[in-house]
Each structure stands twice: as structure tokens, then as C-alpha cells.
Design a protein around this ligand. Structure first.
Ligand SMILES: [Zn+2]
Length: 312
């Protein structure tokens, strides 16, 4: 089974507890809670010689950096193995000397940059913390009336402070389709100029208001490479909090092999046959191009297509 990052069933969100202020306050004040500090959109890690792991603070450690250890400032992430997890954005930089860390340094980094060193479970609460802190940062003011917002329900609601408005804002995630298009034993991969050198990936794009996933898929593929697809089959989804997407993976087939590439969106697109894709033991394919990284649903689409194709 392939690893799936940025979410994990062992993280129990316990959403039924979010409205129970007294219960959560009791936990914050009395229990041995794990705090996940954030520095805006970067997570904190302990970077050692051999490994990188998440920085998890205890209450007395967190108190060195913030006085805001209360439900108004905290985001309740949930429970892992009966232990409660909260996240908070820390303004001052966390310092190794205050924390008595034996080995390694405290660093902040983008989650994706260190994902290869993390477990799937670690990646799940770090991604949730990152996504929630990003949403809070973008919603300090009410989108309806422009007044300030205030966190409610353990950080999962931002409510307008203007009593005449009273609007509640909820965390947003943007659906995007991602699709591996195939024609017999070839798959269609493309690259954007924003990609790492030589990397080719599956096609993707955001779903627009009033649009089904299937029609978004057909539209994106046609816009980007001028190909009509049929036989659309759902694969899997993956949260992609970079900054706020949910990727919905599909397989699609086409009879068209002539590509008409939209050069505004795509630098190059091409058909790749199974032999070019096959050597999954290497993270990088040597045949002049690279596949997407192991933590992406794009890579899982390619890997799964190869496995299915070989069975035929
Ligand atoms: Zn308002």
C-alpha cells in the first residue's frame, strides 16, 4: 500500500468537542496536551543529523513564547491515541536554548520541503495546522461588512464582531480535479514552466462555481491540450493544503492523440509509453524526464495506472 500524506485516520478530529468550551478549557488547563506551533505558513521542526521531526511543545514550554494559551487563540486539531493536539501561531521565534533540546536545531520550513522525513501521521496534523492557520490569516476581517472576526468553536468558525452583521465564516477548501489521460498504452503528461526541471505531471485545474467534477475535468483537459476525453473514472482524493486545495483524482481515456497545447498554461505536453514510466524503484526516471514527487496524488495516479496496465 502506498503512503498517503497530509491526512491520516489515526488523527481523530473530534469535531463534536469544538462547541464544548468548558470541556476544551479543562483540557487546556489540566491535561498533558501537545501543542503544534506555527510560524505563519511554515511549520516548526527539530532538524537533527539523521532525521527531521515535528516540534511538539508542552504547556510550560509554550508559555515561554505566548500568553495566549486560551481557546480564543487556539485551534483544536483533535486527538491522536487519546492525546489532545492544539495549534497556535507564534509571533516570536522559538529558540532551542530555552527548550533543552539535546540534539538538532529548531527550524521552520514549508511542510512539503521536509515531507520525506515525516511519517504519514505527523504529516496529517501538521497539514491541518497549516491549513487552519492560513485560513485564519486570510479571514481576519468579515468578507460581508469588513469588521473584524473572532474565532469560535475551537478555531473552526470565524464570526463577525459586528452585531448587525453577525456572519459566521467557515474554513474553505478549493476543489481541483487532477487526471491521468490515457490512450491505449500511452499516458498524457505535461509540464508547466513553474515545475522543477524536467518534471512532467498529470493535468489539473480548479473546479468553477456551478460546475461538476466531470465537466471541470473535460474543460481543463480540452483547454490545456485540446483533447476530448471519455470514460472518466474516479480514483482517490488528497488534501493539498498548499495553500487550500482538495485534489480529486480521476482516470480518463481519449481517442484523440493530436495535442494542441495552450502555451499560456503549459510549456510542453507529450505521450509517454509504459516502458518510459515503468522503473518505479527510482524516484527519478532517467529517460529525460522526472515524474511528480511521491507525496502527490499525481504520482499515485501514474503508479496505479502502470499496475493496472501490467495486469491486462
Ligand atoms: Zn460582518
Amino acid at each position: 500500500m502506498e503512503k498517503i500524506y497530509y491526512n491520516n485516520p489515526l488523527l481523530k478530529r473530534s469535531s463534536e468537542l469544538r462547541k464544548d468550551k468548558n470541556f476544551l478549557k479543562g483540557i487546556l488547563d489540566n491535561e498533558d496536551v501537545n501543542f503544534i506551533p506555527m510560524r505563519d505558513d511554515e511549520n516548526y521542526f527539530i532538524s537533527g543529523k539523521k532525521e527531521i521531526k515535528p516540534l511538539i511543545l508542552k504547556r510550560q514550554e509554550l508559555e515561554l513564547y505566548t500568553k495566549d494559551i486560551n481557546l480564543d487563540k487556539m485551534i483544536f486539531l483533535g486527538k491522536i491515541n487519546e492525546k489532545f493536539y492544539f495549534s497556535i501561531n507564534i509571533k516570536s521565534k522559538i529558540d532551542k536554548n530555552n527548550l533543552e533540546i539535546d540534539q538538532g536545531d529548531i527550524i521552520t520550513d514549508q511542510l512539503r520541503n521536509v515531507i520525506g522525513s515525516l511519517t504519514e501521521l505527523d504529516s496529517s496534523y501538521l497539514a491541518l495546522a497549516k491549513g487552519m492557520i492560513f485560513w485564519h490569516k486570510k479571514n481576519k476581517f468579515c468578507g460581508v461588512c469588513g469588521s473584524k472576526t473572532k474565532a469560535k468553536e475551537a478555531g473552526f468558525v470565524l464570526k463577525c464582531v459586528n452585531k448587525n452583521c453577525n456572519e459566521s465564516h467557515f474554513p474553505r477548501t478549493d476543489p481541483a480535479i487532477i487526471t491521468l489521460v490515457s490512450n491505449k498504452d500511452k499516458v498524457l503528461l505535461a509540464r508547466s514552466s513553474r515545475f522543477p526541471q524536467k518534471m512532467y505531471s498529470t493535468l489539473a485545474g480548479f473546479v468553477e462555481p456551478g460546475e461538476s467534477l466531470e465537466l471541470a475535468l473535460k474543460r481543463e483537459v480540452y483547454e490545456e491540450v485540446g483533447v476530448n476525453v471519455n470514460k472518466i473514472e474516479y480514483f482517490q482524493s488528497q488534501p493539498w493544503p498548499f495553500p487550500a486545495s482538495l485534489m480529486l483524482g480521476f482516470f480518463a481515456e481519449t481517442e484523440d492523440t493530436d495535442l494542441h497545447v495552450d502555451k499560456d498554461e503549459i510549456e510542453d505536453a507529450n505521450w509517454f509509453d509504459i516502458n518510459q514510466l515503468k522503473d518505479l524503484t527510482h524516484p527519478d526516471i532517467t529517460d529525460g524526464f522526472k515524474l511528480p514527487r511521491f507525496d502527490s496524488i499525481a504520482r499515485r495516479l501514474v503508479n496505479d495506472w502502470i499496475r493496472r496496465h501490467e495486469k491486462k
